[in-house]
Design a protein around this ligand. Sequence first.
Ligand code: ADP
Ligand code: MG
Length: 698
Amino acid sequence: MVTKVSSSLTASVLNLSGVGPKVEEKLNRIGIYTVQDLLFHLPLRYQDKTRISLIGTLQPGQEALIEGTVETTQIKYGRRRSLLCMLSDESDTLMLRFFHFSRTQQQRLNKGNLLRCYGQIRRGAKTLEMIHPEYRHIDPDNSPAIDKQLTAIYPLTDGLQQRTMQKLSSQALDILSNLEDKLVELLPDEILATFDLPDLISALSYVHRPPPEAKLQLLRDGKHPTQQRLAFEELLSQHLSLQRVRQKTLALRATPLVDQGQLREKFIKILNFKLTQSQEKVLREIAQDLEKNTPMLRLLQGDVGSGKTVVSAFAALHALESSNQVALMVPTELLAEQHFQTFSQWFEKIDIEVLLITGKSTKSERDTYRKVLGNKQRVIAIGTHALFQKDITFSNLGLIIIDEQHRFGVHQRLSLLDKGIVKDSIPHQLIMTATPIPRTLAMTVYADLDLSIIGSPPPNRQTINTVVLSNDRRDEIIARIKAACHCDRQVYWVCTLIEESEVLQCQTATETFQQLTEKLHDINIGLIHGRMKNREKEAIMASFKDNKTQLLVATTVIEVGVDVPNASLMIIENSERLGLFQLHQLRGRVGRGNIKSDCVLMYQAPLGELARSRLETMRETNDGFEIAEKDLALRGPGELTGTRQTGLPDLRIADILRDANLLADVQRAAKLLQQKYPQHIDPLLKRWIGKELEYSNV
Ligand code: ADP
Ligand code: MG
C-alpha cells in the first residue's frame, strides 16, 4: 500500500491513507472534508482499556476490561438460543453471553483458555454478565500490552467503521504534531489567561487521546477543561457571527411603517377577547420598532398557548395599514393551513386579503398569487418556506413573521433574511418561538435579535392535569375517552415512533385508528398524518375544529401550532420516546381555552431512568421555563435529545444547553475581541462557521 503523506491541515481527507472516494463520501456526509475537520470531530465517549479489573470489583452498568480463564462453554436453548461462557479470575466468575455466534467461535472457547474481554457489566441471574463483549484470546506467555491511552469512540455514519475513524484521527493528530505551520491559536493570550483556558493544540490532543489518569466522568459529561476550551471557542464564534449579522442588518434600511390605528380599531371590535397586559406590552415594543427606518429584529418568546398568534395579527395590521405586504412563514403545511383559517376569519371582516402558499399549491394558484402580490398592497401571505421560492415575488414586503422558529434552523432563518433584501432595504422581522430558554442562553443563541416575552398566559387558563400510565392500561384509557366524549369534550391521540420515519409513524397511526374505531362505536374518529393530501388534512382538521369529530388520532404532525380550544384530553402513546420540549409542545395542544384539561402519557415498560424523570417532570409542572431547566439538568452525557427540537443551533462541539455555564464568559470574551483583537474575528468565523452562514456574505 502506498502511504499517502499530507502536509497540511486544510488538505482533503483523500490525502490520508485508507481514504478512497467511498470513505471520503461517507466522511463528507458527517461534515468531514479536510484533515482539520477530523481534528474537530470529537469523540462521543471513551473506553478505558488501560487497566485490567478484577471481576470481584465490578459493578453492574460499568464498562471494564477483564482477563479470565474459560471454565465452561455451552449452548443454552431457551426463548433465545445463546452461547454461554463462564470465565473466572482470581477474584470471581463472570458469564459471557452471545446471541449471535459461529461454530468456530464456540469451538475456540475451550476450558482453560485465557481471554481478555471488554464490555458492559450487567447483573445476571447468578453472576455478573457481559453480553457480546469484544474479546481476544491471550497467550499467557506472551501477553499483549494493554492500551496506554483511553480509547476514543467517535460519532459515525452508516458504513463507516469505528476502527477506520480511530485510525484517521490518529493520522490527523500526527499531522498536527509534526506540522511546521501549527494550527493557529486564535484566542489571544489575554483571553486564555482571563478565562483560564488551555491552548488549542493541547486541548485537541488531550480530547482525542486522553491519558489513563484522565477524569473519565468529566470527559463523559463533556465537562473536562479541554472540552470546555473547545466548546468555548465555538460558542464564541457563534456569538460573534450572529453579532455580525446584526450589525450588517442594522446597517441596512427598512421602510418605517406608520400606523394610524384604523385597522387595529376594527380588529379589536371583532375579537371576542381582550389582550392581556403582557400581550399589550410586547405589541408596544413591536410597534416602536416598526416605526423606525432600521429593520426590526425581534424575537417574541411565549410559552405554548400564551397567545402569540393574535400578537402577530396586530403586528401584521400595523404593516398593512401603511400599505405594506406581510409574509407569515411556518414550519408545517398543517400549521400554514390553520393560520390561514384563523387569519381569514379575522381579516375578511376588515377586508384584508389572505393568501395560502405551500409546496402543494398548484401552478395556476401560484400564478394567481403572483398577480395579487404584484398588484395589491394590503395583503398577507401565509405559508411554508415555499413562500420564498423564486417564482413568488412580493412587490412591497414590509414585514416578515416567522412562527415556531425553533423548528427552523438558525441557518434557514438567516438565509431567509438574505432573500428579503432588496437593494439595501430589508423587511422588518418578527420571529416567534415557544422555546423557553433562559435569558443568558437567548442572548447567545439569538445574539442578533431583540427579545420580547409574553410572560403570562391569557386569563382563566386551568392547569393541565397530567397522568402517566403504562401502555397495557389501554382499556382504562379508552374508558376515559368515552367519558370525555360523552361530556362533549374532544380528544387527541398521538402516536409516536422512535425512528424519524414518517411512513412507519403513519402506519402506526392508521392501525391505532382502526383499533379505536372498533372499540368506540358511537364516537366520530378522525385520522391525520403527514402522508395525506392537503385537502384531506384540511377536511379532517376542519371537522375536528367544528366538533364533528370528537377524537383525532394523529402523528406528531399536530405538534406545532394547532389550536382547537375545545379539545381537552391529550393522549400520547410511547411518550417515553419523546424529549421534554416535544412533550410540552404536544401537551400544549390542550388547555387552550378555559375548559379543564387532562393529558395521559402512555409508556412502554420498562422505563429507563431518564425517561422516568422526564415523565415525572411533565406530571409535576406545566411551566415551560421550569421544564426547560429540568431538561438542562436531566440531559444525560452524550445524549443527542436536543437541539433539533429546540431550534438551538447545531454546533459541532459545544452543546448550547450543556455548556450554558460558559455563556456569560463567552459574551465577555466577545466584547474583548471586538475591542482589542478584531483581526481575530474573521479567522474564527472561517474556522467555525465556514461557508454555512451565507448571510455574512451580504
Ligand atoms: P401560541 O402562543 O401557542 O401560538 P395561540 O396564539 O394559538 O398560542 O393562542 C392560544 C389560544 O389562546 C387561542 O385559542 C387564542 O385565541 C387564545 N387567546 C389568545 N390571546 C388571548 C386573550 N388575551 N384572552 C383569551 N384568549 C386568548
Ligand atoms: Mg402558535
